[in-house]
Write a protein that binds this ligand. Structure first.
Ligand code: SAM
Length: 305
């Protein structure tokens, strides 16, 4: 596969490189903002599951432009530095990471918490949805510690079987919960974003870091909500209708007449999980060991007993 083929298949990937964004995800946050004006009045924000950092780029440009903004970005992976963004490397489901984030907002709460976290997808839908729900709940738990009243929380969700349970949990804390699908998120993906506005925890609620996740006795059948407890949230598509369709392939020369020129990635991964394999490959040491039993029969010497 040539290096331009992804540019052809994925117009947002190409536009992200051309625009200096670290990932195509930047367009998802920008399109969510077009619809919900997420950055209005925001000076302090948390970006959970932030690597490689395109959402942090958007946040630092939109709220940190005057030098007064404050963005804290967190991810399992190391992230190349970004001006005006304080980075924490850690797992958001761990107490120690949550505590580290919270300490930056003590006395001065955040206006916005975003989470674009995704687990390493296994293809087993139930497992993937469960892991995604765990990430979202960990993010929500952190948000309950750092958000100011009236603040906003935006998190990636998988619209799977249990999504109404998640909406119901979110509605306990926010006066408005919507499900939004930006144009740059592929229709073929179950991904969407819960946009929760008006942070308003129940009276007497005390944030508690000790139980952020679904426990192991979680039973999706038991937890199905119906009747008046079932919450159906509005579904909103966002992003200008004339913007690019993420499920289409576009020719390399764009419709505006501009001529295609290959653009390298804005920020190549700084410590990718496949780094060791690349190093071994360069040294010619990645080849599999050849065992006699793997050889085709014709090449095995059968003349010896
Ligand atoms: N919003 C990012 C951007 O615009 O560049 C892209 C985020 S990427 C889709 C998902 C990220 O979630 C990955 O970088 C992954 O390392 C992170 N992630 C997954 N599980 C995590 C966890 N438990 N704690 C922290 N980060 C996590």
């Amino acid at each position: 596969m040539g290096r331009t083929s992804k540019d052809k298949r994925d117009v947002y990937y190409r536009l992200a490189k051309e625009g200096g964004w670290r990932a195509r995800s930047a367009f998802k946050l920008l399109q969510l903002d077009e619809e919900f004006h997420l950055f209005q009045g925001v000076t302090r924000a948390v970006d959970l599951c932030a690597a490689p950092g395109s959402w942090s780029q958007v946040l630092s440009q939109k709220i940190g432009g005057q030098g007064s903004g404050h963005v804290v970005a967190v991810d399992l992976q190391a992230m190349a530095p970004l001006p005006g963004v304080l980075q924490i490397q850690g797992d958001i489901t761990q107490l120690s990471t949550a505590k580290e984030i919270i300490q930056h907002f003590e006395g001065c709460p955040a206006d916005l918490v975003v989470c674009d976290g995704a687990p390493d997808v296994t293809g087993l839908h139930d497992v993937d949805e469960y892991m995604q729900a765990q990430l979202l709940l960990a993010a929500l738990n952190i948000a309950t510690h750092v958000l100011k009243p009236g603040g906003c929380f935006v998190a990636k969700i998988f619209r799977g079987r249990d999504v109404t349970l998640i909406y119901s949990q979110l509605r306990v804390f926010f006066s408005s919960v919507l499900c939004a699908k930006p144009r740059s998120s592929r229709n073929s993906s179950i991904e969407a974003f819960a946009v929760c506005q008006g942070y308003d925890p129940p009276e007497g609620f005390l944030p508690d870091l000790t139980k952020p996740l679904l426990d192991h006795s979680y039973d999706p059948d038991f937890n199905q909500l119906d009747g008046p407890t079932r919450i159906i949230v509005p579904f909103v598509t966002c992003g200008d209708l004339s913007s690019y369709d993420s499920d289409r392939s576009y020719p390399l020369d764009l419709e505006d007449g501009s001529e295609y020129k290959y653009t390298p990635p804005t920020q190549p991964p700084i410590s990718p999980p496949y780094q060791e394999a690349c190093t071994l490959k360069k040294k010619g040491r990645l080849a599999k060991e050849i065992r006699p039993q793997d050889c085709p029969i014709s090449t095995v010497d059968t003349s010896q007993p």
